[in-house]
Write a protein that binds this ligand. Sequence first.
Ligand code: DON
Length: 343
Amino acid sequence: MANTGDLKSLADSISSVTSPFRNYLSDLHEKYQSLTEGAVADYIPELALADPNWFGICVATVDGQVFEVGNCTQTFTIQSISKAFVYGLALEDRGRDYVNSKVGVEPTGEAFNAIVLDEGTNRPYNPMVNAGAIATADLISGQDGTERLKRMLDMFQRYTGRGHDISVPVFMSEKSTGNRNRAIAYLMLNFGMVGEKLEETLDLYFQQCSILVNARDLAMMAATLANGGVNPCTGDRALDERYVQDVISVMLTCGMYDYSGEWAYRVGMPAKSGVGGGITAVSPGKLGIGIFSPPLDAKGNSVRGVKVCEELSSEFGLHPFSVGKAKRDLAEWIAGSADIDSW
Ligand code: DON
């Protein structure tokens, strides 16, 4: 007899095969697959090995439906996308007041790896730039580096519903080329913004950037935030509900590098991108989007990922300040009752 998990995956695969929404995503995928702008990140050799044609789009709804097209099981390193989720874990470990005393929530307008702290408070500006992410990693509890990494990996498992490994070659390269991050970390040590176990924290930061995920994972992570911190497929709580708003607020204001303002204007969904080519985007109360396509634009965001999110937001009215009727009704498209003839 089939167990509940089998029935769930059967339901998922049926909705994937027959749904009009899935067909819509498939057309979107085809439309942007031919876009060849952008360049794969090459600051370390392992990232340059990515195939620029890899392209996966996955949407997971808060009621546990999953729609995927393209390369949704191809793994890649999570890179900066980890920063948003580790920030959530730091909030759980230390509480909001303490975390706020160590990391601000202000967009910088500076490059993500800028060696700059707030002059008044000595805090890094926000958890999405490297300085803030290192200060955030420093706040993760655990007896030693191994336990702290395990706590991070367990957290990602609660978000995605599956276990995660790190890419050791990427970690080793990040570590051996990471002198700029080391400089940022020691500047923060000078101001007492991070603790003495700084080399352990730097390793932890390089490891968190090297965690392997796929587009489906990114969609589940976003859907979990959209669902108040509970994974809609497993029912596991990944983040204390009190901190969901904090995490997605900094995603909206700071998640897309120097494109964050433009992103808020055009797309509006809290999101985070990484140099591996991933984007995770949250439509609170509705769904999560995960996209993987390695070629990046000049700001460091996946070219195809930005296009897909812009189109999904505008077609389905996913911008949180959208007033008036969306061009397509999301509920109808997902339920399969949309009037496809007028499409
Ligand atoms: O710290 C670094 O250099 C990279 N591992 C950061 C990765 C990334 O996605 C860029 N971030 N904002």
